[in-house]
Design a protein around this ligand. Structure first.
Ligand SMILES: *Cc1c(COP(=O)(O)O)cnc(C)c1O
Length: 379
């Protein structure tokens, strides 16, 4: 954790808005994941926060990576370049999964030389893979319940349980090799029974595939969804891990390779935003503050990620309910209508914790305001 005095010092040094990434926290989060899920290799989902320094720190800690575009693939690949070419090739499945079930032709043509591990979930993708990336290893993405997840991910991707083995067969009929299954229970998944349902469905599909004569799959990718502690109601990772570990032990052979694609769970708690108050007004009897960071910037997650971020002040004193708005001219740039802050003056600072995931990653230059400056600490 970065101390408030350190945050204040950084804001003084760099100005605001700043987005402070704590690499010690990143290493801690990775170590926690490994400790609680020792059988599972974590493939960090780069889309949560694609800062190259985060990729480097997690790589050094032992993480692998889930990428979903050619740019993300390059970002990761370029950071494992120091390895001898031969080792890098043998290594690629261990370090990178291309987990976007839909890939354009140019991407497949470029990816094929790396003999990558990629996900798919439909017939059209099989034909594309056969033609443009015949050297890829395939992972079938299946659709699983996303009940109660904050960000639903099952309406866009995933083969149903009923069509799964037919899609494995179709890939084999085109001389493509299916190495395993993947799923995603939805992001910020606080409903642990989604994982149980998904693991059980996966076991059934493996069994049916085996019965229909397809070679045993070796890989099970349990996706992301590991929740960040945005509020005290979120149960700790240890509790979820107990459930997952027990199901894995019960349902799958010892030599099944298990991977996961945590994004939020590894980065959310590793960043804090500090912004300055640039305006204030009382509207309809309510105190309103305008700050120099907003929903087109660090707080993009309010819109895209359905997460409500809260603010703290470095000041002490009696608080009142207030609204906090971003700096652009758009009324959509409303970060929160219900904050509790002491009386703030122009130039005072506010900060918001646990902003590492799906925030800076989808920041824009809207209205001429650039994304917050990124500062790395404890690197
Ligand atoms: C977004 C995404 C992830 C990361 O999900 P989190 O909920 O942030 O852990 C993992 N895998 C895939 C395929 C994704 O689309």
């Amino acid at each position: 954790m970065i101390s408030t005095s350190q945050l204040k010092q950084l804001a003084k040094e760099h100005g605001t808005p700043i987005f402070v990434i704590d690499h010690e926290q990143l290493r801690k989060n990775y170590a926690q994941f490994k400790k609680h899920l020792p059988r599972v290799q974590a493939y960090y989902a780069v889309k949560a926060n694609s800062d190259p320094e985060i990729v480097r720190t997690l790589y050094k800690a032992g993480a692998s990576f889930d990428v979903a575009s050619m740019a993300e693939f390059r970002l990761v690949y370029d950071n494992i370049k120091s390895l001898p070419a031969k080792e890098r090739q043998a290594f690629i499945w261990d370090k990178i999964i291309y987990a976007n079930p839909i890939k354009d032709i140019a991407t497949l043509e470029e990816l094929d030389q790396y003999k990558p591990l990629v996900t798919y979930d439909n017939h059209a993708e099989i034909l594309k893979l056969k033609k443009y990336a015949p050297h890829a290893g395939l992972i079938l993405r299946i659709r699983v319940p996303n009940t109660g997840a904050v960000v639903e991910l099952s309406s866009k991707f995933g083969a149903s349980g009923g069509e799964a083995v037919d899609l494995i067969k179709a890939a084999h009929d085109h001389d493509l090799k299916v190495e395993g299954l993947s799923f995603h229970v939805g992001s910020q998944s606080t409903n642990f029974s989604n994982y149980v349902a998904a693991l059980n469905l996966s076991a059934q599909i493996f069994e049916e595939a085996h019965a229909r004569g397809y070679p045993d799959c070796k890989i099970l990718d349990i996706g992301g969804g590991f929740p960040a502690p945005y509020d005290k109601h979120v149960k700790p990772l240890g509790e979820l891990a107990k459930t997952i570990n027990a199901e894995i032990k019960r349902l799958f052979p010892k030599d099944m390779e298990i991977l996961a694609e945590p994004g939020r769970g590894l980065v959310a708690t590793a960043a804090t935003a500090v912004a300055g108050v640039i305006g204030k007004a009382v509207r309809d009897g309510k105190q309103c503050y305008y700050i120099n960071d907003g929903v087109y910037h660090t707080f993009s997650g309010v819109i895209f990620d359905h997460i409500q971020y809260h603010f703290k002040s470095f000041k002490k004193g009696p608080t009142q309910v207030c609204s906090v708005f971003g700096p652009t001219c758009d009324a959509l740039d409303t970060i929160s209508l219900a904050e509790e802050l002491p009386d703030m003056e122009l130039g005072d600072l506010v900060y918001s914790e646990n902003v590492g995931a799906y925030t800076h990653a989808s920041s824009t230059y809207f209205n001429g305001f650039p994304p917050a400056k990124v500062i790395h600490v404890n690197q």
